[in-house]
Design a protein around this ligand. Structure first.
Ligand code: IMP
Length: 193
């Protein structure tokens, strides 16, 4: 009896090259610089936003204070998000841009906007490298959108699966079922060896 060959895994699908993403981020830097001529506080949500934020702030032509926070991931059913690392700076009276890797259901950003608004910023806006609007469960204003994608699981440029792939350049759509079965399934595809 011969066994069936294993079905080939579909490779990750390129959504944006590093060059395309760089052009988009430069454009966002221009828009944010124009909106905040007196400077801005840029808040990154750890860890996924780190690469986007580092690229974005280098395109700002206005003074920028950079800070970070971290939250527990929203777990379906628990209904709870918690700050696990708070800001060091006081954002009272400041213009603030919250920088996210991706807005998916919107639950995290919505919670963060409520939390940060309580601190009395002069203004509060959201910049997201990736917007996955098809998955939104709560409406959230995303003022500065990098790339809009359909309902796909995205890896690369800060976005991970189980801690992998954050340092892959560009953005790729991947199969979350294949990743769940083997988190390293795309390592050979996405890294030079
Ligand atoms: P939310 O569903 O909008 O609350 O998204 C919360 C977080 O889930 C994001 O900040 C990401 O860290 C993570 N996430 C959502 N969609 C993806 C994805 O396609 N790839 C990797 N991480 C994701």
């Amino acid at each position: 009896m011969t066994s069936e060959p294993a079905a080939a895994q579909p490779g990750p699908e390129l959504l944006a090259t590093a060059e395309e993403l760089a052009a988009v981020v430069a454009g966002l830097g221009d828009r944010i610089s124009a909106r905040y001529p007196d400077g801005v506080v840029v808040i990154g949500v750890l860890k996924g936003s780190v690469i986007f934020l580092a690229d974005l702030v280098r395109h700002l032509r206005v003074p920028a204070v950079i800070d970070f926070l971290a939250v527990t991931p929203y777990l379906a059913g628990s209904g709870r998000i918690r700050l696990v690392k708070d800001l060091d700076v006081d954002i009272g009276g400041r213009d603030v841009v919250l920088v996210e890797d991706i807005v998916d259901t919107g639950l995290t950003v919505s919670w963060l906007l409520a939390e940060l608004s309580r601190r009395g910023p002069a203004s509060l806006a959201v910049a997201a490298m990736v917007d996955k609007a098809a998955r939104r469960l709560v409406p959230v204003p995303v003022d500065f959108v990098g790339i809009s994608v359909p309902d796909v699981f995205v890896i690369g440029s800060g976005l991970d699966f189980a801690g992998r792939y954050r340092n892959v350049e560009g953005l790729f759509g991947a199969d979350p079922v294949a990743l769940a079965a083997d988190p390293d399934v795309h390592v050979a595809d996405l890294y030079d060896r």
